[in-house]
Design a protein around this ligand. Structure first.
Ligand SMILES: C[S@@+](CC[C@H](N)C(=O)[O-])C[C@H]1O[C@@H](n2cnc3c(N)ncnc32)[C@H](O)[C@@H]1O
Length: 243
């Protein structure tokens, strides 16, 4: 396929407008079109608001809705339509950016669109970003893993049994996407002696950031989608809450 534009997957970090790489900023400055991903439920795009200050005034912003799905087989039509819209811009010789919260290759919608465009022979440049869990560790002053610590990262949207199985073995742990089954996650952490070490951070780096250290006390409150828990089995280690 004769495509002239380049597609940039740009990690914009988790929220702090200064947590973008120089490479991400340079890409944002040169693109002609920015794809701003959003979910069905929301009308705004956090990734866009982080990217906005770096865009040239003439940039065209296209909002694309991406349903939250668990595997590539779901919602094919929506993804195909989004892919076609991007291909149309690339064929016109435009450089197209896709702003991704955190890092593009880490639990990101970008991965779906990346896969589809790669199959079409598109020239793709992926620019890594600071993932939320690393920004959170820095923000709350909590070393995440040290020496021989084994770090486990669990998307809490996984089956509860799978979450429990991994928690049984886990030491230093990151729980992402905890918004859906927060009370069950709290119970699972309690049962494994991992609740006292838990810290929950919502909307890290954004104006309404929240840091919760008594996680169990908030068990029945609704959580923002951008919420992550850091925890650890053994307290008193070099990493962890009481460092
Ligand atoms: C679809 S994943 C995106 C991960 C992202 N690509 C990254 O590198 O961090 C969404 C999850 O990332 C975490 N997350 C992303 N941004 C966050 C933020 N600013 N504060 C807290 N958690 C965040 C939350 O666990 C959220 O449910």
């Amino acid at each position: 396929m004769d495509l002239t534009g380049t597609f940039y997957g740009i990690g914009v970090g988790p929220g702090d407008p200064e947590l973008l790489t120089v490479k991400a900023i340079n890409a944002l400055k040169k693109i002609d079109v920015l794809i701003a991903p959003k979910t069905e439920k929301k009308s705004d795009s956090v990734a866009l608001s982080i990217a906005q200050p770096y865009l040239k005034p003439s940039v065209e912003i296209i909002f694309q809705t991406f349903p939250m799905i668990k595997d590539f087989a779901e919602e094919t039509d929506v993804f195909e339509a989004n892919k076609e819209e991007i291909l149309h811009e690339l064929r016109g010789g435009k450089n197209v950016g896709f702003a991704t919260l955190g890092d593009p290759m880490f639990y990101s919608t970008y991965i779906y669109i990346f896969k589809l465009l790669k199959r079409c022979g598109v020239k793709i440049v992926t620019i890594p970003g600071v993932p939320a869990f690393l920004a959170i560790a820095a923000q709350i002053g909590r070393p995440l893993a040290y020496g021989n610590d084994i770090l486990t990262i669990i998307p809490a949207t996984a089956e509860l049994d799978a979450i429990k199985n991994f928690l049984d073995k886990a030491d230093a742990t990151v729980l992402m996407k905890v918004y859906k089954n927060f009370p069950e996650v709290v119970d699972a952490l309690k049962a494994r002696g991992m609740i006292d070490e838990a810290v929950l951070v919502s909307r890290c780096g954004l104006d309404d950031e929240k840091i919760i250290t008594d996680v169990a006390a908030h068990k029945d409150e609704p959580l923002n989608y951008l919420s992550t828990i850091l925890t650890q089995r053994n307290s008193g280690k070099i990493s962890g809450k009481n460092f």
